[in-house]
Design a binder for this molecule. Structure first.
Ligand code: DAT
Ligand code: MG
Length: 169
């Protein structure tokens, strides 16, 4: 009886831990880097309580961006999007935490900064859809795809922040 209860309890803990390990792919775009907003954007995610598990500074190729935005390849703005995104260095990152994908999107705001609420990153820091400073995955599935595209497995680091028990109850 006690063993069964302990087992059920450990399963429940596993589920909670798995939820806390959801990962999203966030990237400061070239305009965010050029405008000196890398620290500000990282700060938003740090202050929220999400855990940084991967980060790099890289100048991406058009080929990589065509893969990253492959879902949008038939859209009229696609060539301009790839050109802008490959025009300078970017800061791809992986952030981990409970509901990281959905909450990350909410923190970014709407795709078009004109529709982004004040308090969101895009709502506070940019104006036009073609210069919206930051990317965030739109689902867990695309997050996994994007993380695998931009990072090797070794570059994503599992670690336990000292404040973890003060972020989650
Ligand atoms: P999001 O970046 O919010 O996920 P998305 O995936 O629909 O939005 O589009 C990717 C990027 O393409 C977006 O951040 C900016 C650009 N974009 C989207 N719609 C656009 C449009 N109508 N005109 C110009 N650029 C656009
Ligand atoms: Mg998108």
């Amino acid at each position: 009886m006690i063993a069964t209860l302990l087992y059920a309890f450990s399963l429940a803990i596993d589920v909670i831990m798995a939820e806390q390990r959801e990962r999203t792919f966030i990237m400061v775009k070239p305009d965010g880097v050029q405008r000196g907003l890398v620290g500000t954007i990282i700060n938003r995610f740090e202050q929220k309580g999400f855990k940084l598990v991967a980060l790099k500074f890289t100048w991406p190729s058009e080929e990589l961006l065509q893969k990253h935005y492959s879902d949008l390849s038939s859209r009229p703005f696609f060539p301009g999007l790839v050109k802008y995104m490959s025009s300078g260095p970017v800061v791809p990152m992986v952030w981990e935490g409970l509901n990281a994908v959905k909450t990350g999107r909410q923190m970014l705001g709407a795709t078009n900064p004109a529709d982004s609420l004040p308090g969101t990153i895009r709502g506070d820091l940019c104006i036009e859809v073609g210069r919206n400073i930051v990317h965030g995955s739109d689902s867990v599935e695309s997050a996994n795809k994007e993380i695998a595209l931009w990072f090797t497995e070794k570059e994503v680091i599992g670690w336990t922040p000292a404040n973890e028990k003060w972020v989650y109850e």
